[in-house]
Design a protein around this ligand. Sequence first.
Ligand SMILES: NC(=O)c1ccc[n+]([C@@H]2O[C@H](COP(=O)([O-])OP(=O)(O)OC[C@H]3O[C@@H](n4cnc5c(N)ncnc54)[C@H](OP(=O)(O)O)[C@@H]3O)[C@@H](O)[C@H]2O)c1
Length: 325
Amino acid sequence: MKQQPLAHWGIDTSRLVLGCMSLGGEWNHDPYTPADVKKAEEAIDAALSVGITMFDHADIYRMGKAEAVFGEVLKHNPGLRDLMVIQSKCGIRFAEGKMPHRFDFSKEHILASVDGTLQRLGIETLDILLLHRPDPLMEPEEVAEAIRVLRASGKVRRFGVSNMNVSQIRFLQQASPEPFVVNQLEMSLSRLDWLDQTIHVNQKAGAAVHFGEGLLEYCQTEHIQLQAWGPLSKGIFSGKPAAEAEEHVRATAELVRQLALEKDTTPEAIVLGWLMRHPARIQPVIGTANAGRIRACADAGRQAELMTREEWYTLYISARGKAMP
Ligand SMILES: NC(=O)c1ccc[n+]([C@@H]2O[C@H](COP(=O)([O-])OP(=O)(O)OC[C@H]3O[C@@H](n4cnc5c(N)ncnc54)[C@H](OP(=O)(O)O)[C@@H]3O)[C@@H](O)[C@H]2O)c1
């Protein structure tokens, strides 16, 4: 079986990643509560119980509280850290006083952000740090210097990017000897630009597609692990009432339900298995904090192996809402 691109870099991961954006309470600076810590503990337990060992954070999630409640769980269960691959992100800054919401790849901000993340998580080393969203003011040499310092100090093992196209990855990479090993992008049955881009190369229909040209192929060639954020499409194909949904969305949800019944699995496993059937060995970063739903995702890898080309195309075409060119 083809290995995960991360294995190429010596990182052994699960095929699914638990996204931790929903942990830590509300998106404000109010303190987190014991209930928030309990919710994080239940989500982590559920993930580990079904073999999900990789966890995705960002310094900004719930204003740092997602990392903080995760850190509380680690503090009370010290053995857990060794079972996990922990990834976080930096480079987005929320509005503060007169400062606008902005992106910041300055060395100063990157180093300060990682210190904050390590402190909140209560760990000494982050397995992977992603640059969250391209900063138009980024200077590759400055980013490379931040990466050098973080690697030399042992604070970060590996580096990656998120929401970047081929040119941006190459632009940053030419200044740094540290390879980027992850690119995290929005890819799902409801956000199909990642596939539509590949089938409309010489057609006007491709003009409305928003996905970097050649990005999937570049990442596969360079052993960059593609991770999909938003992979459950917030549940619209797997049980969330979709009264206002367009016809093709409702039809796709019904198709997912029927396939799940036929294959004796869950709708979540079909939705995620469809993403994972792609040869890039995409890692879905599931955003659910619900223990039952996390377990419902567990069969996705097996469904990816079982999914036929015809089933895969039937789901793609249904979710596109239009036939292939
Ligand atoms: N790199 C980036 O720029 C970026 C951007 C956004 C997110 N992310 C990462 O990707 C992860 C996932 O993203 P996401 O949360 O947007 O996507 P998602 O996995 O598509 O959606 C998860 C959300 O949908 C809800 N949901 C799923 N199935 C449901 C159902 N059947 N019924 C009701 N609600 C349902 C979940 O609620 P419950 O918790 O109740 O299940 C949760 O709020 C995040 O945690 C984060 O780690 C990265």
